[in-house]
Design a binder for this molecule. Sequence first.
Ligand code: GLN
Length: 295
Amino acid sequence: MKFVSGLKAGATLSEALRVSAQEFKAAGIEAPDADARALLGHALRLSRAQLMSQSERMFDERELHAVSALVARRLKREPVARILGVKEFWSLPLAVTADVLVPRPDTETVVEAALDAVTRDGSHAEKLGVLDIGTGSGALLLALLSELPNAVGVGTDISAAALVVARGNAERNGLAGRCTFVACHIAAGIDGPFDLVVANPPYVTSGEIATLEPDVRDYDPAVALDGGTDGLDFYRAIAGEASRLLTPGGRLVVELGIAQDAPVGALFTKAGLSVGAVRSDLAGIPRALSASIAP
Ligand code: GLN
């Protein structure tokens, strides 16, 4: 096995962290220090606090193998969440496999917008029905159920393998009793209506897939990214189903790609929906659009 250069037996933990972070930085990886800490901690089964308190301890040969293997994977741009097999979303630990998109912090904006929609009209205490279209790891549905103790939900996905992950995540987070998962395209065969319909659909244009960061392009499932020629295929499909799926006062909240607020708003309006607020993510990008059935 090829060791990552600079990682040698006899190195201390702090040296190993520094060398790994340097390698990550040189490879153009976005968060080199955080990634090095996460991977060393995982390889050595040490918490962040233990990594710090043991920073002058030396590695043995076996530990060096374990660390080198993970650092080498990251240098091939495998995302940390995939190496660890888990990603935290809305404070819930979610298992991540090759079959699901890694949950992104941006997507928490959709959770905020959805909670805002149901809290504002006071319905959060009621027995709400939630539908998550293209649930993947279950991130959106499980985050919402964790906040809405009286809600029940359905998650759909075209990928049966993704639904295995979502079901496991529901169990892991004690939410399995309040949700079911159905393999289908969009919401085919799903009877509504729901008080809340959410989706983080594939929205990258087919032509842009090749230009994405390798962490995304080479590891996230293409089926979770590719939104067709103009990136809007799934918004069109969702718009066509919305009035069937929503209760009269129900809300639809979808995640948006960059600069998709206007085109998605326009096609929702054309489909007869009433378009409400757009919520921006932490970077100021319009990220979550909410809509309802026009009165
Ligand atoms: N946000 C993803 C990205 O990093 C895209 C996910 C999606 O298409 N819904 O490009």
